[in-house]
Design a protein around this ligand. Structure first.
Ligand SMILES: Cc1cc2nc3c(=O)[nH]c(=O)nc-3n(C[C@H](O)[C@H](O)[C@H](O)COP(=O)(O)OP(=O)(O)OC[C@H]3O[C@@H](n4cnc5c(N)ncnc54)[C@H](O)[C@@H]3O)c2cc1C
Length: 487
């Protein structure tokens, strides 16, 4: 029986003490009404922070994520390059909220939102809400060339990292196997597209694998002869950092044996290599670190989106036409105080998560809240062992000190003491011995239980076709290789 039915019942009965009971039921009813259902789509940095800030404050919170885990994306490249195992950088979302009885975690792929009906759709399932927080992050953007995705996987999820790890390690294994010199060269050529922090980190780490970790493990090939190419369409690496730090980064990578190709546009990617504005590169392993595109959340609620697909928001991070829908993290197109886009980085996502939790509490309590103000704490990128660039306000750090600051910052932000210790220990071992403990070539399971042995996307691509004189397709649009990670 609902509280209005109970009220009617006692009112009509007009028994002694009825008034008190009616008041009690009404009070209880008001309490029930104020206990709002907050649904958070996405258990990334933004969504988790919002849930943590709302937990224990009188809401029924539901987190929906298509994965069962939260992934610490800043260290994904370490999984992709065999330094860390997936479990060291990912945590089951429900275990994070084990003690929060008001937080329910649902593993489901959200397919749409009905802002009028106030429910989230996950296939045929409907999850109702009073307040909705969309925190679905970003995906890859191939600048209109989605067909490149299967030839050059990007790095966003644990599966991406293990796919890339497999491709990198298979390159060496197959090079050891082949008798064909041309094929061997291509197998030992690693091409990374995009000179932002992820591209720089990947290039540095692959160079360390080739020149240090694997140097003595092969008999028929010398991993040290591998070519590692980092392609950037713009004039310099790490465009969001000051020019001197970009120059330092390029020098450091070149010292590590990486070939840096700036002012070079990628015009085509296929199963055997990459076409660029300066020529063709035969390369068995291609990694995409150039473009980020937001999730489809803007289209779910019929909101405007910017060129990167991020949804327009009000200064309170709300959807412009739906007062009860918040959009945060990489999914939101928000400007900072200087009118620049708030960068797609973890601290910004966390700040937004905390902010909307505060707005939701304030609205319930009848308080006003000032608009969101983003506070930028700095930019960090690692290049490799003993080398990183750090910009914290006016302070700039490079080299070993920079690497130390970068390492401490990342260990500090890891969830849980156990993972902090594990990661710190793994790094210490990698640092001291050059060994990478997670050097596993794993195969993807098929539905029938057998395994797919594939490289860079689709079955059969592992064979390296010797394509030598292909012309770059002239109709392809030139990508703007911009890495927004560090903006
Ligand atoms: C390789 C890499 C390296 C990075 N390095 C750094 C760094 O060093 N420092 C830094 O500050 N930032 C870094 N970033 C950026 C940072 O990770 C992001 O800015 C941050 O993760 C954004 O948080 P978010 O909560 O908006 O999205 P995410 O953390 O991406 O979380 C989104 C969540 O939504 C879920 N989801 C998406 N769609 C659906 C759906 N339809 N249904 C259900 N669930 C869904 C996803 O599974 C995911 O859990 C890096 C990013 C990458 C990819």
């Amino acid at each position: 029986m609902f509280h209005s039915d109970l009220t009617d019942f006692f009112a009509s009965a007009a028994l002694p003490g009825t008034q008190t009971i009616i008041e009690a039921v009404q009070t209880q009813g008001m309490h029930m009404q104020t206990r709002q259902r907050v649904v958070i789509v996405g258990g990334g940095f933004a969504g988790l922070e919002a849930a943590k800030a709302l937990a224990g404050h009188g809401f029924d919170i539901t987190i929906i994520d298509r994965e069962n885990h939260h992934c610490f994306q800043p260290l994904l490249y370490q999984v992709a390059t065999a330094a860390l195992s997936p479990a060291e950088i990912a945590w089951p979302i429900r275990s994070i909220f084990r003690s929060a009885r008001d937080v329910t975690v649902l593993m489901a792929d959200v397919t749409g939102v009905d802002p009028e009906g106030r429910y989230v759709a996950a296939g045929a399932r409907r999850i109702p809400y009073d307040k909705l927080i969309l925190a679905t992050g970003a995906g890859h953007s191939y600048f209109g060339h989605d067909e490149w995705a299967k030839h050059a996987p990007g790095l966003k999820r644990i599966e991406d990292a293990t796919t890339i790890r497999r491709n990198i390690l298979l390159g060496f294994e197959r090079a050891e196997l082949t008798e064909d010199a041309k094929e061997r060269d291509a197998l030992l050529t690693y091409t990374i597209i995009g000179g932002g922090p992820t591209g720089v980190e990947m290039a540095g780490a692959i160079s360390e694998i080739a020149r240090k970790t694997l140097a003595r493990d092969f008999r028929r090939v010398d991993p040290k002869t591998s070519r590692i190419l980092l392609i950037e369409a713009g004039p310099r690496l790490l465009p969001a950092f000051p020019e001197n730090l970009s120059a330092y980064t390029q020098r450091a990578l070149e010292r590590m044996g990486v070939t840096v190709l700036t002012n070079t546009r990628v015009t085509g990617i296929d199963a055997s290599g990459v076409d660029t504005s300066t020529g063709r590169i035969e390369s068995a392993t291609r990694i995409w670190a150039a473009g980020v595109g937001a999730s489809p959340a803007a289209s779910w609620i019929g909101s405007e989106a910017d060129r990167a697909g991020r949804a327009a928001v009000t200064p309170w991070l709300k959807a412009p036409v739906h007062d009860h829908v918040f959009i945060i993290g990489d999914t939101a197109a928000m400007k900072d105080a200087r009118g620049q886009p708030v960068p797609g980085i973890a601290p910004a996502a966390k700040q937004m998560g905390r902010f909307v939790a505060n707005v939701i509490k304030a609205e319930r309590d009848g308080r006003a809240v000032e608009p969101f103000v983003y506070k930028h704490s700095g930019d960090l990128a690692t290049i490799g062992r003993k080398a990183a660039v750090v910009k914290l306000g006016r302070f700039e750090l490079t080299g070993f000190i920079g690497w130390l600051v970068w390492s401490l910052a990342h260990v500090y932000f890891l969830i849980g003491l156990r993972n902090r210790l594990l990661v710190a220990l793994s790094w210490l071992l990698t640092y001291a011995t050059f060994q990478r403990g997670a050097r596993l070539v794993t195969r993807e399971p098929r539905v029938d239980g057998t395994a797919i042995d594939r490289q860079a996307g689709s079955p059969g691509e592992a064979r390296l076709p010797a394509r030598s004189n292909s012309q770059p397709p002239s109709s392809m649009e030139a990508p703007q290789a911009r890495n927004p990670m560090s903006q």
